[in-house]
Design a protein around this ligand. Structure first.
Ligand SMILES: [Mg+2]
Length: 225
């Protein structure tokens, strides 16, 4: 049995700014700070790390647990609203690939994403991709991508008959964070240059496999054999 863990933003889909707008609205509503996200490079970072960077930028301090909860409480309905208004882009080849993988008995699919869990499901639902996934590791599990990948692995064990063993774990993502943290978690890493990092930039981090996009189904499937 193999486990495939997909990153969301830039790998499966793009919300075309819906996530950024939702986070900006939450910050403005609570702290009166406008466009807080615009000074952040969020790609590949977990929500708690992004939150910390915003707090350090704007308020010169870290956040408390209560402050994070308050922000997420506003962010989630804003994200629902913004994804409804936004055109969601599903990355090339993703639908065909997920349909193929979901039908297979020797593979289990999950997500490994820096999004908090509620945010992740909203984004997946908005793109019509949520039915391919039952579990994942999320930014609400840990600020560390390595830890949230391990959490996804832990949860994956509830979804197979003989939970002691995955012969291989794959992490598929669009940033150096996915590659480096995936490797640290013991996964085979698959870079895909559909996000904000170019193929050459991803190449520097030596992923086990690297694609421009996931459009060539045959070639991509070969990696998971
Ligand atoms: Mg990403």
């Amino acid at each position: 049995m193999k486990l495939l863990l997909f990153d969301i933003d830039g790998t499966l889909l793009l919300t075309n700014g819906a996530g950024t707008r939702a986070a900006n609205r939450a910050f403005e509503k609570i702290y009166g700070i406008k466009n807080a996200m615009n000074r952040i490079d969020a790609a590949g970072k977990t929500d708690p790390i992004i939150l910390k960077e915003i707090f350090m930028n704007e308020l010169n301090r870290d956040f408390s647990k209560e402050e994070a909860q308050e922000l997420y409480k506003h962010y989630v309905p804003f994200l629902e609203e913004e994804t409804r208004k936004s055109e969601i882009t599903v990355m090339p080849g993703v639908i065909k690939l997920l349909e193929n993988l979901t039908s297979r008995k020797d593979m289990v699919l999950g997500v490994a994403t820096g999004n908090i869990e509620e945010g992740a499901w909203i984004k997946l639902r908005s793109a019509g991709l949520d039915n391919h996934f039952k579990f994942g590791g999320f930014g609400s599990d840990s600020h560390s991508r390595e830890q949230l990948i391990l959490k996804a692995l832990d949860r994956a064990k509830n979804h197979i008959a003989h939970p002691s063993h995955f012969e291989k774990i794959f992490v598929i993502g669009d940033t150096p964070y996915d590659i480096n943290h995936g490797r640290a978690a013991g996964a085979v890493t698959v870079g895909v240059a559909t996000g904000s990092y170019s193929r050459a930039e991803l190449e520097e981090h030596s992923p086990d496999h690297l694609f421009d996009d996931l459009n060539n189904l045959e070639m991509v499937l070969r990696v998971f054999e």
